[in-house]
Design a protein around this ligand. Structure first.
Ligand code: MV4
Length: 449
């Protein structure tokens, strides 16, 4: 395709490396796979146009090894790098170095990655642009006394959160004034130890929210659109197990209203490329908590409902192309559900790496499997345990549930334990079928079993 890249290096592994490789191939852009010594036989390497070994198994020595990745890009003649998710995808210093080497980082500007990495800066920016927040401190808390004053104003329980945290790391709850001193000290000490930054802020604790996120895409010419929401409330210990698009809890009018607020805000910020705004939703109200400046694991449910290739859009935008369509052109068709299948014991959640002696993926109308698994593949113990994403799409939520049930029944992974049986149980639960769940439902469901 004219005016795009000569060659794209994909700085990731597993299903997402394959996902990006597929977009490159359809766009006629050669791509380079990188891999650790543990991944020499991985599917993303076997299907690659070209591949480079970037180090030993430990991620810090390979998939997080900036010098090795930049060298691989240089020696193969790549002019752009797609980071996927995880690893270096939200590392502003990496994005800076990619650009300093004269390459294009396929993602937002380093400044926007940095801004959203600081949860206080992200909230301050969004608040100033009219995006609703959870009631709480106006930015960083400067003293325990200030924490007391704000907590008294918003009402207990409250959360003390680390500015450098996110994704559930660095949070302490105080149910009453007597607990605030402890929450303040522990949150700050943990934030200092974990992130080298003890800045904290305070929010009223919402006790039964849903986690609803909005997918956005912005080009370099000031156009911003959204691709609707995903409901990611089904999680255990901050690991999502199942996501849906759209959310069973919100209406079309709510989506349109939230989307209008968010796209206007991001246009004002000058944001570029893909992004996801995370909200807590409770009692009919959205409250922004964090923004992710990367492609997300669960992006396929959005792709199925909107009929868009989000990775292709990321690549086009990074090459300077305009979106070429507006919000009214984006249609929301039917319903999509994703199950994240992991190599874990479905009861204890202990990782189960090892040899997959046989692998059979489901198929048929409205079924998509994003996976780098194959029969005879040995799941290595060094990385994330997700081995497949099973995504289904159907005209209605009820039909999507029926399609997911039959697809889970067809799915065969032999040789290692997986979470397939747990997904089958979730799909049979009346609360799931009714769409009646909060972020706490799954933990009770797996605990009660
Ligand atoms: C909250 C909250 C309740 N009230 N903030 C956890 C991960 C991080 N992204 C934000 N998190 C939460 N923030 C307020 N003011 C509850 C959570 C939370 C959560 C949020 C989304 C998805 C799963 C979660 C599981 C536990 C707690």
């Amino acid at each position: 395709m004219a005016g795009l890249f000569q060659k794209i290096l994909i700085a990731n592994r597993g299903e997402i490396a394959l996902r990006v490789q597929r977009a490159c191939r359809e766009m006629g852009i050669p791509s380079v796979a990188v891999h650790s010594t543990a991944d020499a036989q991985a599917m993303h390497v076997r299907l690659a146009d070209e591949s480079v070994c970037i180090g030993p198994p430990a991620a810090r020595d390979s998939y997080l090894n900036v010098a090795a990745i930049l060298s691989a890009a240089t020696i193969t003649g790549a002019d752009a790098i797609h980071p996927g998710y995880g690893f270096l995808s939200e590392n502003a210093e990496f994005a800076d170095m990619v650009e300093a080497h004269g390459l294009t980082f396929i993602g937002p500007s380093p400044a926007h990655i940095r801004m959203m990495g600081d949860k206080i800066a992200a909230k301050t920016a969004m608040a100033s642009l009219g995006v609703p927040l959870v009631p709480g401190s106006d930015g960083e808390l400067t003293s325990l006394e200030e924490a007391r004053t704000v907590a008294a104003r918003v009402g207990y329980p409250v959360l003390i959160k680390a500015a450098a945290g996110g994704g559930g790391r660095g949070m302490k709850v105080a149910f009453a004034a007597e607990e605030l001193d402890e929450a303040w000290s522990v949150a700050r000490a943990e934030a200092r130890a974990a992130f080298g930054n003890d800045a904290v802020y305070l929010e009223k604790y919402l006790d039964r929210p849903r986690h609803i996120e909005l997918q956005v895409m912005a080009d370099a010419h000031g156009h911003v659109v959204h691709f609707g929401e995903r409901d990611c409330s089904l999680q255990r210990r901050h690991q999502k197990l199942l996501e849906e698009a759209g959310s069973p809890a919100i209406t079309r009018a709510q989506r349109d209203a939230l989307g209008a607020t968010v796209t206007a805000a991001l246009a004002r910020l000058g944001y570029r490329n893909a992004g996801t705004l995370e909200f807590l939703y409770q009692d009919g109200q959205f409250a922004f908590i964090e923004m992710n400046t990367r492609l997300q694991v669960e992006h396929p449910v959005t792709e199925m409902v909107c009929g868009v290739d989000l990775v292709r859009e990321q690549i086009r935008i990074a090459a300077g192309q305009a979106l070429g369509y507006g919000q009214p052109d984006i249609r929301f068709n039917g319903h999509a559900i994703e199950c994240r299948i992991t190599a874990e014991d479905p009861e204890t959640f202990m990782p189960t790496p090892g040899m997959v002696s046989a692998f059979h993926a489901p198929g048929g109308l409205g079924v998509r499997v994003d996976s780098a698994l194959y029969s005879g593949y040995k799941v290595p113990p060094y990385y994330d345990s997700m081995i497949a994403k099973l995504i289904v799409h159907a005209p209605t939520r009820a039909e999507a549930i029926a399609r997911m049930r039959r697809s889970l029944a067809e799915f065969a992974v032999v040789g290692i334990k997986t979470t397939l049986p747990l997904h089958q149980r979730i799909l049979e639960a009346p609360e799931f079928e009714a769409g009646d769940y909060t972020i706490h439902w799954l933990e009770r469901f797996v605990g009660a079993h």
